[in-house]
Design a protein around this ligand. Sequence first.
Ligand SMILES: Cc1cc2nc3c(=O)[nH]c(=O)nc-3n(C[C@H](O)[C@H](O)[C@H](O)COP(=O)(O)O)c2cc1C
Length: 549
Amino acid sequence: MPTDDTAAVLAYHQRSKHRLDRYAPGPETLDWDAQPDPFRRFAGAPLTRLPLPADDEKAGWRELFSPGAITPHAATLKSVGLLLELSFALSGWKALGPDRWAMRCNPSSGNLHPTEVYLLASGLAYLDDGLYHYAPKEHGLEQRALLSRPPGGANTPRLLVGFSSIHWREAWKYGERAFRYCQLDMGHAIGALRYAAAVLGWRMQEVALSHAEIAGLLGLDRTEDFANAEREEPEAVFELLLAPTIPTMPGTPAEPANWLSGAAWSGQANRLDRRPMYRWPVIDAVAQASRRSLRQAVAPLPALAPRRLLPDTRVAAATLIRSRRSAQRFDRRARLDAARFWPMLAALMPQTGEGLATIPWDAGSMANMKPAVHAVLFAHRIDGLEPGAYLLPRHASALPALQAALPHLNWRPAEGAPPEVPLHELVQNPALAGTLRTLSCHQAIAADAVFVVAMLAEFKAPLGQAPGRYRELLQEAGLMGQVLYLEAEAAGLRGTGIGCYFDDPVHELLGFTGKAPDTWQVLYHFSVGLPVADARITSFPPYDQEARP
Ligand SMILES: Cc1cc2nc3c(=O)[nH]c(=O)nc-3n(C[C@H](O)[C@H](O)[C@H](O)COP(=O)(O)O)c2cc1C
């Protein structure tokens, strides 16, 4: 029997679907000049500027995936600066006519960036033990609270990164569908942090906390500090594992709620939107229904498995991460050779054995669970692969259920697929590119890409176990998107997330019948292709180097 919360989540998912004849409820007009402030600040909180490390981090992209290849950096303010720079800092400014907007290392639906980042630090030289809010425009830490008692030993550095979502940032533009986008963005954020930690030779592990505990730990429940400001939804907290030795027990901090008891707080959250024109109460309802009221079980951290199929690139990981961008247009004549294609798909496979995972699949709730989101590949122009639809089950156990749900499809092993990539041909069809364009809200990138991936989730069964799985499924799909963004760059191509697609028409295209409509759901599309630059847009560096300390 579904609980009320499961029913609420399922109902939300249903009503936030885009349909061919009607988009999900959203604002009818947008006042672009009244766009919410893209930067949350806490007035009155002391700001510590983080060092902007010079471009001297030479670890190669390929090295990230060989356990032990990168010597772990010491926990210093400089390495914290690099960690946050490579994950959430500005990566540049763009200008077109009078408009000027910031780009960041992590992508975000509509460039609206609902994800806020917090740092809990102790035992670090030049930084008081405390809770900090990361301010990307300044590349600085706003001190929210000074810890009254440091966790762990007095001088043992500990670093935790916490996440929250400001729903209004997305809801302002996208209305009811915004909750999904916040969760997809969270998946991208987890990936961005995991790759940045890997550059430093660090690992990370989710801390087992309920959502109420996360709110307490990050100060999100301090009503007085958010008076007149948009509230933040607690999402997740990760501990960075700084030593090469991997703890065998989950990194649950002892009584995290106590860390901040008696702490001295500072800062008043800024209001992002002075004149909100709409309200979307269904977003509050789905957030409430998908909150974890109990701590989740966190299994021991999996050991790192080396990745076997790697892209043929010598690029430094930091350079690749800083230059990641979304393509706005693709060259529709471009083709992709097999040598660059298969490593990209292999990167989506967690390659888990018992207690083993490749980066970035060793972090987050996904580390403890079988993958539940699979990749439907729409191959438009890939050498050696007939145009058509293919399926990559990200865990072998999903295959029989998928075959039973879609018995009319070919289910032949895809030609040329290496053993790491168990790709199955569903159907050959050279006309799918046009269909994909229509089904991706008529966006040309879905047809002009060399391939598109639709993230197909096992849906109703996981939600029946716990309504909180809704967030995790969307985050898993978002993390797959982050992998594709960076792997596309490594292959000399570019990716673009596609959150706008017509849900049920995509299910119908695949052949899911009306009998069990919620058993499988597509949660995200992602396109990869050869980008065409927009010459009208000018780019500027992210920070004025001269003005920095
Ligand atoms: C979850 C998600 C959904 C997105 N959906 C779309 C989309 O439907 N169409 C599109 O052109 N770009 C889409 N994007 C790309 C964003 O617009 C892009 O990430 C943002 O403008 C920031 O630019 P950047 O990726 O170059 O940093 C999406 C990105 C994310 C993370």
